[in-house]
Design a protein around this ligand. Sequence first.
Ligand code: COA
Length: 326
Amino acid sequence: MYKACITGIGSYVPEHVLTNADLERMVETSDEWIVTRTGISERRIAAPWQATSDLAYHAAEAAIAHAGLTADQIDMIIVATSTPDHPFPPVACQLQHRLGCRHIPAYDLGATCVGFLSALETAAQFIATGKHKHILVVGADTLSRVTDYTDRTTCILFSDGAGAFLLSRQEEGRDQGILHTATHADGAHFPHLYVPGGGSRHPQPVAPDTKAKIVMDGRKIFKLAVTSMAQTVRETIQAAGIDASDIDWLIPHQANQRIIDAVAEQLAFPPEKVISTVKHYGNNSAATIPLAVDQAVRDGRIRRGDTLLLVAFGGGLVWGSILLTY
Ligand code: COA
């Protein structure tokens, strides 16, 4: 069995910044309320001409360059997204064509905000068995397209962005890579966070009483998020036979600073070892974790050899964690 390690990382966020002051003009809210309840000050929103594949392309290009590879060396592409450009084709196929990759396998994986971790877990299996050597894993979402900007309980949270890892077979003599993965689902919780319309149950154009926008029970999701993320971190630490103090960086899904703080507190994890980008980027779903890792690698906090614990939850309900050495 081969170990899969990260050889390249990239991310992309659209230029347009939607601030709390902008939202104050759109719904009945305040900067003070949003910052206190979520920790979010601003978020990035895709331009009208941009779709998920456009964001994914920029992040993918950066990750391939960071790895020092060329597009024709990639053996497979997996894109985690809940907001593809179209119901089909997959965003991954658009990416394969635009990057100029060979006729490699390319498909999307939908596991909402855990999608990037599920895609990493899947890619790691293909590398472990020796089937593929270099796999491009992208998390990209344009949640602004499924956000109701008249609903103050949701529009303050969501945003757009993309992040990518180039996952490669570990070279001889190097001790890096994915050490443990754990992902879970409980479909019983689906009504607490979902998009009612726009799928095959209520296709477009949707009936006036059925929204093609996010519907959420914020309080319920908050509690589920904290308990599920703390549980899967404990499970991964135990399965890997390590101590929490062996982890250099905890990189949680960026949904709400209060959720991040509550998870760290439950695990007695020092706040200075938790990476957070939610203040400036909000929740861009499958993109939050690779975006946060990319920023921390580029600003020098995360270094080669550091142990990272990635943890996420999302609509489904889905949750999971991945332990790796960068
Ligand atoms: N501005 C001002 N007031 C707001 C508001 C806003 N944007 N949104 C809601 N409120 C009001 C509510 O109407 C409520 O008023 P009431 O007491 O008169 O009924 C009050 O603020 C408290 O609402 P509540 O829902 O209890 O707030 P909260 O502390 O739970 O924070 C969330 C709301 C949405 C920020 C929080 O529940 C959350 O982040 N949940 C998780 C959501 C999430 O992460 N989803 C994505 C998962 S991947």
